[in-house]
Each structure stands twice: as C-alpha cells, then as structure tokens.
Design a protein around this ligand. Structure first.
Ligand code: IVH
Length: 698
C-alpha cells in the first residue's frame, strides 16, 4: 500500500478529506499491511519497504485511528511495540521495556518537538528557552541490550516485542567490539543498549565471499545483522564482521553521578564500550537542525549505513521529567532522512520473467551513484506504472534508492524531445522462451504461460525452492543455478535430488569439495518440515505464513493432495481466492507427479504433527514445555514449532508450572532444576511419542 501522500505536512488534511467509508476501509487495510510489514521486518528479516515509508504509513494509521477511534483493531501495530520473539532462542525479558522513537520528517516537525519539550519543562515561574540536545546518527542495525555485572558481560538480548526479546549472548560474545569485561570504575550493574550492525566494507567482503562459494548474498546489512544475531549456532556470527555502538540505557540503569546523556556515553566509552564519535551536543533546536543537515551531507561517506539522526534531551533530570508515552519517550525523536534521488538517462527498457511467469519491466539506466551505490537498473513495477510515468527511452528520469529496497523510477523529467520519442512497446513474446505472452486480467499483469519449460521461470523457481526460508540449500547460488538450467541438468525442481557428483564436477568452477558440500546440503534438505516444503513449492498465493497454516491444519502432504476447496477454505486466514489457487495447484496432474518424484527421491515432507491437525492442535493444549540441550534430530525451532502446532507452550525457564522438560545432549542447570522440582523429563523420542499419542495427563 502506498502512503496517501509523501508530504507529511498534508497528511492530516488528506485524511480529513477522505469519505467515512473510504477512511474506515483504509484504516483496516493499513492495519493489515503494517502488521505484514512489521512481521517481514522483525520476524523474517525480509523487509519490503524502507523504514521511512513504514513510518509514514504508521503515522497515517495513527491519524486514521484518532479519526475513527471505534474502528481501532485489537491487533493494530499502534497497540504494541515490535515483533514477537519467534526463533528457537530462549526468551530474554527486559526489566525495563525497550521502546522505539517518535519521528520527525522535516525541520518543522523538529521545531514542534522542541516546542513540546520546552512547554512541558517550563513552569509558571520560568520558561525553558533553550534545551541542550544530543544529536546522534541513527544506525540501521539491530537493537540489543547488554547486561554487565561487576564489569563482566553476563547477558544480551534483542528487543523483540519490547517486553521480551531473545537471548543472543552466545552470538554477542563473538563480536570483537563488545568487551567481555569492562575496565576502570565499573558499576555493580549496567544495562546498556545499542545497535549491532555491519560496516559496509565488512558487509561487502562477506557478500563477495558468499557469492564466490556459491551462496546467496544478503540483501542489505540490516537483514544480514538480524539474521546473524538470531542464529542458534554462534560459529556463524563468529565468522561475520559484526560491530556495535552503545547509544542508550535502560531507564534507571545508568551510571551514578553523571547528570546528562552525553556524559553517560563518554563514561561508558571510558569503560571500554564503543560509542559513536559523530555524536554531538548542541544548544537549542536550530543547532540541532544544522547538525542533522551536516550529518545528512556526509551520510553516504560514512563507513556504515545510517537512516536518520536521533535527537535526545541531554539532562537526565529533564528526561525523567518529560517521561514516556506508551511506546516512545517524550525526550527523544528520530529524524528520518528522505531516500536519496538522482537523475540519469533511461537507456533501454528490458523485461524480466519471474517465478510465476509475471513479466516485469526493468529500466536500464546510464550508471549513476545513488546514496553511495552505483545503480544501473531500476524497477518500473508493471505496465500501468509505465503508462502513469509516461516513460520513454531517452528520457531523463529521477530514480530513488530507499535503504534495502530495489531502486525505482519515481518520475520523468520533462524535456522538449519527450513527445517525439516513441512510447515503449509492450513485448508480445516471452524474452526468454519466445512463448506468446498472455494478459492476466485479475492482476493487471502480463505473464509467460510456459510455466513448465521457460528457463527464466525455472531458474527463479529453483532459487526460490533452495532459498533460506524454504529448503535452505546452502551453496545453490544464482550462477550455479544458471549453469544447471543451461546444461539441462535440472529441468524441474525434483532433478536437484538426482544430481550426481560427476555432473557437478563437469560445471565451471566446481571442485570436489564444493560438489560434496552441495550434495550434502541437498541431502539434508530432504528432512525439512512440511511447512518449509510447501513454501518451497511456490504454490500461487501461498507464502510462508499460509504454508505454516496449511501444514498445521493438514499435517501431511497426502491430506493436502486430497483436500477439497471447502476444506482449504475452513482454515483460518485462507479466503476463497487462495483456497481456489491451492486446490487448483494440488489438483494439477503435473504437480502431483512432481510431488511423487520428490518423494521417490527422498524428500520426506516431514509432517509437522502426526495426527490430524484438528485433533493434534489440541493434543498439548495447556501444557508448558521447556527445551534444553541439543536434540538429536530436531533443531530447537522445529521442536518448538511442533509443540506449538499441537497447542503447547514453550517457555524459557523451568518452574513448578512446567509440565515437561525436553532435554537433549549437554543439558545443564535446567535439567537439574527439573529433577529438583519433579518435572517430567522427555528426550526427543519421548516428545514425539507424546505428540503422537495425543498428549497424556502429566
Ligand atoms: S535511542 C528510548 N539512539 O532506533 C529510545 N536509538 O526507533 C532508545 N537506534 O530500535 C533508543 N540509533 O535501536 C537510540 N543513536 C541511537 C540509535 C537508536 C539507532 C535504533 C534503536 C531503536 C530504534 C528506535
């Protein structure tokens, strides 16, 4: 969903101008959209829109909610702080919630922020006229809290939903910039917060190494940082050049005797914690505005990405006096820089064929640097967009690169010759396989109908199949997939499981070790749980969340193959259109034969739970589990998702209320605690047996 207007100044007016019906509909749709973007960002590390657009949409939702307070949904993102903890990591409760920041999109909004601050601090006797502020670069990374006790690093957690994050101490310990012990005059306890991130050079070197070894590069430093820190295995983080800057404290957990934020930061820097040396202390909001502009001018010359600047009231006593709103402090705000735009020339329009056959126009540009990155291609979205832009080859165009998102053409710079240039012709045949394209009236898209043998669709389909959130086959990068398809070694996905060492060795730049690693990765992927396999198949309209719902409700692939449209429709969250697509997909004889072949070649479609979901989803209802140690075959996330799939709950610490402890190898203190409290202990086999028996009455 696009923001109603990119100009915040006009937002309130634009909303006031909406008809009631329109406004309510927009509120509802926006709530859905923001929930989805929040999930993509916080839980899937796969943001589709940049931060600033998210913030604009969020602002719009807040305004709509204040206009229609009785339409506010219980699940509205304005009612909660952030994403929930989802991986198999142990929960990390925050003694003091980790909040987010309000936004200012332009200088006037900064002045409004300052006016509010001064008003709240002023008394009838004395007006506060000038506030000392700290201006800090806003790093685009992952927020963490570090706990030091008597100078020793004893805890580290992500932000999560603000109340409870995930314990990531095992990974944080691998970050060289984060001291394990502080030196000097250490306080008994210090809870410091900051940002974990990649410097651009480290990020690029890491990505080059990934591509060279056949893996997919990460889309951007933020996703890479989040994806790395939330791994269970610390050797992954240890191999990646993560860094850290401290920027704040849990309220009340600062150093005694230092009256302002800037002094606090200087003091923790002396204890050994890295603090950004671009932080500035200034007097009054006009100086803040100047500092932010100065930082903005330099932002693409920095060694790391920043997406804005944070402005904080410096005196801690004033911070305390100003206090907090529900999810943001009143004493700080975040200024978001607009995404960089540049003009360049449109050299040609190409057409790209995606996994589903949809044909997308791509602008080929005279290469130009936008925000530190050289761009030679930008998306034009679809045919409608091209008509709206009235874009023609030879035009000068404005392109924008917003954070992680693919650069896009925002408008054409009019010139006299524009009218004389021919309008672009839409292709009639697939640029890859020559098949006549068809118009898909539902989606205003044009697609190549040759879904079985169009090489472009096959390549994109295989890369999707092997991607991290699907079958997670490491080493199957773009170049390798291209070769496999060109050499016809893979003509459908199931061929991956029939690849031989000899075939791989005949490819360019593939040695014995690479071939063996890839074969091993392919082999391991056979065990992926049903939900992942369903994501991998690329069923139309079925993303990760729907794949999970399907797996949970149907349990195994045979039930899915034989289910009716009505049965799909009965699954919460699946509507008519999606149900029809799913039924159509599983009813297709070609799909059925591909699924049969995958099974013959060893793909297990591992059921998420064994009994029918309607039964199983209640089997462990009301039971609380704790998982500890290393289980022989399930990873922690899988064990957790199986338990949750049967209605059970997984928590982080053993108490009298715990029904079962699931213990694997190297179980430690939790096992001892469970034995002490008489909590039944299961091994992996015991857990599976319990699920299969439909739960007993422990
Ligand atoms: S202060 C109570 N300072 O931005 C506010 N946050 O939307 C505490 N961030 O997740 C945050 N750079 O991790 C602060 N210099 C900075 C920051 C910063 C980045 C992140 C922070 C938080 C988000 C707030």
């Amino acid at each position: 969903m696009q923001p109603l207007t990119m100009d915040v100044g006009n937002l309130a007016l634009a909303i006031a101008n909406l008809e009631d019906d329109e406004g309510k509909q927009r509120l509802d749709a926006l709530t859905d959209d923001l929930i989805r973007h929040g999930r993509l960002y916080h839980e899937e590390d796969a943001a589709e829109i940049d931060d600033r657009t998210y913030d604009l949409l969020y602002r719009e939702l807040e305004l709509l909610e204040s206009r229609f307070p009785d339409q506010i949904r219980g699940d509205s993102p304005t009612r909660r702080v952030g994403g929930a903890a989802v991986s198999g990591l142990v929960p990390f409760p925050h003694a003091v919630p980790m909040l987010s920041l309000g936004n200012a999109f332009n200088d006037d909004e900064l002045r409004e922020f300052d006016a509010r601050v001064r008003k709240l601090l002023s008394t009838p006797e004395s007006d506060v006229e000038t506030v000392p502020y700290v201006v800090e670069p806003k790093l685009d990374g992952l927020a963490v809290e570090l706990i030091y006790e008597n100078g020793a690093l004893v805890g580290a957690g992500t932000r999560g939903d603000g109340e409870t994050g995930e314990d990531v101490l095992h990974n944080v310990r691998t970050i060289r910039d984060i001291p394990r012990t502080l030196h000097g005059d250490v306080p008994p306890r210090l809870a410091v917060r900051g940002e974990i991130f990649f410097r651009l050079a480290g990020f690029e070197a890491m990505n080059e190494a990934r591509v060279a070894s056949g893996s997919e590069p990460f889309a951007n430093p933020r996703n890479a940082a989040a994806g790395t820190i939330r791994q269970l295995d610390p050797s992954i983080a240890a191999d990646r050049p993560l860094t850290f800057f401290a920027h704040s404290f849990a309220a009340g957990d600062d150093l005694p005797g230092i009256p302002n934020h800037s002094g606090q930061l200087e003091a923790i820097a002396r204890l050994g914690l890295p603090v950004n040396d671009l932080n500035q202390t200034v007097e009054g909001i006009e100086a803040v505005i100047e500092a932010i502009a100065g930082l903005g001018d330099r932002r693409f010359d920095l060694a790391y990405e920043i997406d804005g600047a944070v402005v904080k009231v410096d005196p801690l006593a004033w911070q305390a006096q100003l206090g907090f709103l529900t999810r943001t402090p009143r004493w700080a705000t975040a200024f978001k820089y607009p995404p960089p735009q540049v003009t360049t020339k449109l050299l040609a329009i190409g057409y790209q064929v995606g996994r589903t056959g949809a044909v997308t126009p791509v602008a080929h540009l005279d290469p130009v640097a936008v925000g530190g990155v050289v761009v030679s291609r930008a998306t034009l979205h679809n045919q409608d967009q091209m008509v709206i832009l009235d874009i023609r080859v030879g035009d000068t165009v404005v392109i924008e690169r917003a954070g992680d998102v693919i650069p896009k053409v925002v408008r054409v710079v009019g010139d006299e010759a524009h009218e004389t240039r021919p309008k672009p012709a839409w292709p009639e045949a697939c640029p890859e396989c020559g098949t006549v394209l068809v118009v898909d009236p539902d989606q205003a898209a044009i697609r190549c109908p040759n879904s079985l043998s169009c090489p472009a669709q096959l390549r994109a389909g295989i890369r999707h199949f092997a991607s991290r959130r699907a079958m997670d086959i490491d080493g199957l990068g773009e170049k390798l997939v291209n070769q496999l398809v060109i050499k016809s070694m893979v003509t459908r996905t199931s061929d991956l499981y029939a690849l031989t060492r000899g075939q791989l060795l005949s490819l360019d730049r593939i040695g014995g070790k690479t071939a063996d690693n890839l074969l091993e990765a392919i082999d391991v992927s056979k065990e992926r749980p049903l939900s992942r396999v369903l994501t991998a198949l690329g069923i139309p309209e079925v993303g990760e969340a729907t794949a999970r719902d399907l797996a949970m409700n149907f349990g195994n692939i045979d039930s899915l193959l034989s289910a009716s449209e009505a049965e799909f429709l009965s699954v919460k969250g699946i509507g008519e259109v999606v149900a029809k697509h799913i039924r159509g997909y599983f009813g297709d004889p070609k799909v059925q034969s591909e699924i049969d072949r995958l099974r013959e070649l060893g793909v297990k479609f591992t059921p998420v739970e064994v009994s029918a979901a309607s039964m199983a989803s209640r089997a462990l209802a009301g039971k609380t589990f704790v998982i500890t140690g290393t289980l022989p075959s399930l990873d922690r996330a899988e064990a957790k998702s199986r338990i949750e799939g049967c209605g059970g709950k997984v928590t982080g610490s053993v108490s009298k209320k715990t029904n079962y402890l699931v213990a694997g190898e190297k179980a430690g203190s939790k096992l001892a605690k469970a034995q002490e409290l008489g909590v039944p202990v299961l091994d992996e086999a015991g857990l599976i047996a319990l699920i299969e028996s439909g739960g007993d009455d422990a």
